[in-house]
Design a binder for this molecule. Structure first.
Ligand code: B12
Length: 263
């Protein structure tokens, strides 16, 4: 039986670095992780510090120096990366994350309204977040970028049943289908969707993204094409409408998808 009284918890916490991590404040962590540029820093900090009332003014100010795509990638997403880190370390709790997500959403909506987007439709994309998964921020950003690049996006939203994804792909006949999963409990929906589509003779590229998946997992089932940045969506979609099949996309992944920023 463990003699709890004799355990020195201070030493245990120090041994595993828990004290050090827990002592870092959100301000200190943000200072290390947000961009140095003052304009983008402000935008990222609006997300980190849940300044949902300021975010639209700061995003609007950032348009003087940056495109809406840059404000999303280099400002808003950087802020959400810090929130993820704070949550992971137990410094932020779910309510913080919810308000930060709201600030992020307001910023992304303003960016979307500023994107000029191609008018001619290049092709159709069906998008969804995996069944049981509420995390739709990345999918929403990817949808904005695809729309602004001239794709007709059928956005099925989040927590979408496997059967509904399959039915929609069957009826809409898109060139590309996408799925996002941030939870290890939801990512297994993707191979099921791929198998069901294959059984129906549908063989289009299926972009699978989100923190729960990696390239090896996504390439372990038919059709899967891994993406880890929303900005990669239009590049993959472009190849898909040109007629590249998922095997060719995988072969040339490093060239077309794995460019700057890919892990
Ligand atoms: C924000 C957030 C929430 C918000 C979600 C709000 C929303 N509308 O999305 C809220 C508060 C609702 C939430 C809830 C929960 N969350 Co949460 N959440 C997060 C957090 C902090 C950030 C996620 C995020 O938005 N990141 C930013 C976006 C931009 O990233 P992204 O979606 O991955 O997208 C990027 C790429 O993947 C890619 N991408 C994504 N989709 C697509 C599509 C295409 C086509 C392309 C090309 C690219 C692409 O592009 C983006 C970058 O450019 C993460 C922590 C983390 N480190 O990720 C936890 C996290 C995902 N949550 C987690 C958990 C556990 C939960 C809860 C279960 C907590 C709870 N105890 O209740 C609940 C869910 C309950 C439920 N089942 O309903 C865990 C998941 C653990 C796991 N591995 O399973 C994480 C990892 C936190 C942690 N460290 O434990 N959460």
């Amino acid at each position: 039986m463990l003699d709890i009284k004799s355990v020195n918890y201070d030493r245990v916490l120090r041994r595993y670095d828990i004290q050090m991590e827990a002592k870092e404040t959100p301000e200190e962590l943000a200072a290390k992780m947000v961009p140095k540029d003052p304009v983008l820093k402000k935008v990222a900090e609006d997300v980190v510090f849940m300044r949902y009332k300021n975010v639209q003014d700061d995003v609007a100010a950032a348009f003087q120096n940056y495109s809406p795509e840059e404000v999303i990638e280099q400002g808003l997403i950087k802020g959400m990366d810090v929130v993820g880190e704070l949550y992971g370390r137990g410094i932020y709790y779910l309510p913080h994350v919810m308000v930060a997500a709201d600030a992020m959403d307001r910023g992304v909506k303003l960016c979307e309204s500023k994107m000029t987007g191609a008018r001619e439709m290049r092709g159709k994309v069906v998008m969804h977040v995996a069944e049981g998964d509420p995390h739709d921020i990345g999918k929403n950003i990817a949808a904005v970028l695809l729309k602004s690049n001239g794709y007709n996006v059928i956005d099925m939203g989040r927590d979408v049943a496997i059967e509904d994804v399959v039915k929609t792909v069957e009826s809409e006949t898109p060139e590309l289908v996408t799925g996002t999963a941030l939870m290890t409990t939801t990512m297994s929906a993707f191979p099921k969707i791929a198998d069901m589509l294959q059984e129906k003779g549908i063989d289009i590229p299926f972009i699978c993204a989100g923190g729960a998946v990696n390239r090896a997992y996504v390439e372990s089932y038919p059709m899967g094409i891994y993406a880890n940045k929303a900005i990669q969506g239009p590049a993959i979609a472009g190849k898909a409408v040109e007629g590249w099949n998922w095997r060719k996309l995988r072969e040339d992944w490093d060239e077309i998808i794995g460019g700057p920023g890919a892990k």
